[in-house]
Design a protein around this ligand. Structure first.
Ligand SMILES: [Zn+2]
Length: 221
């Protein structure tokens, strides 16, 4: 499986679906990240947020793409849609994770909106939550038991946000995984809202002709 996660700023993706991406990677799936801006308006250390995002991508074993938009000014229109489409072509992703569109941050809203247009031909598009999401009511739960500690590790790569400036509360991240797990009837989960979700019935037991034959009334009666 090939998956692409899209976020507006360095650390958005790891916060929203880091454990799910780790679980994908553990299954040998190809994981790619597209980060729309380098987060240059946020708190900075000497080591740039670009390098922190590269570290997180390396921990995930993911390919990293940049949208090269200005922090705080991600456009909603054609330019952002085209940037996402280009990465979709390059990665051939079948599953996309992105921001949820109701959010106090304009870059998160714009990224969600542009993803919606760029992924119009894909069967599965899921939206992850952020601390700035408004009215997030998930319906899809991914079991991430065993991956939450490694998710905290991904967030540690974003040293300037997590360790230095307290922008991210790691205890809250753990509690959220537990709470979403409780919601989803499992131990630890990441939760998503659905733009589109291909629901697989699993591998067929036989050919479509044979399956249909099983459904026909028997001639024995
Ligand atoms: Zn963000």
């Amino acid at each position: 499986m090939r998956v692409l996660a899209i976020g507006a700023h360095p650390d958005d993706i790891e916060l929203g679906c880091g454990a799910t991406l780790l679980a994908h990677a553990a299954r040998g799936h190809e994981v790619s990240l597209l980060v729309m801006t380098t987060g240059e308006q946020g708190p900075q250390l000497a080591r740039s947020r670009t390098l922190e995002q590269e570290d997180a991508a390396r921990l995930l074993g993911a390919d990293l793409y940049w949208g090269n938009f200005e922090d705080g000014a991600v456009p909603q229109g054609r330019a952002a849609v085209a940037a996402i489409e280009a990465v979709l072509r390059e990665t051939q992703a079948e599953v996309v994770y992105t921001h949820y569109g109701r959010d106090t941050h304009q870059d998160h809203r714009a990224t969600a909106e542009a993803t919606l247009a760029a992924t119009r031909r894909l069967p599965t598009v899921l939206q992850y939550e952020a601390p700035s999401s408004l009215g997030f009511a998930p319906t899809v739960y991914v079991n991430v038991e065993g991956f939450v500690e490694a998710k905290i590790g991904l967030l540690h790569a974003h040293h300037s946000q997590v360790v230095r400036n307290g922008m991210v509360d790691l205890e809250a991240i753990e509690a959220q995984a537990r709470y979403r797990g409780f919601n989803g009837r499992m131990k630890q989960a990441e939760a998503f809202m659905v733009e589109r979700l291909e629901f697989s019935l699993g591998a067929p037991m036989s050919t479509p002709e044979e399956e249909l034959a099983l459904l026909r009334p028997s001639e024995q009666h």
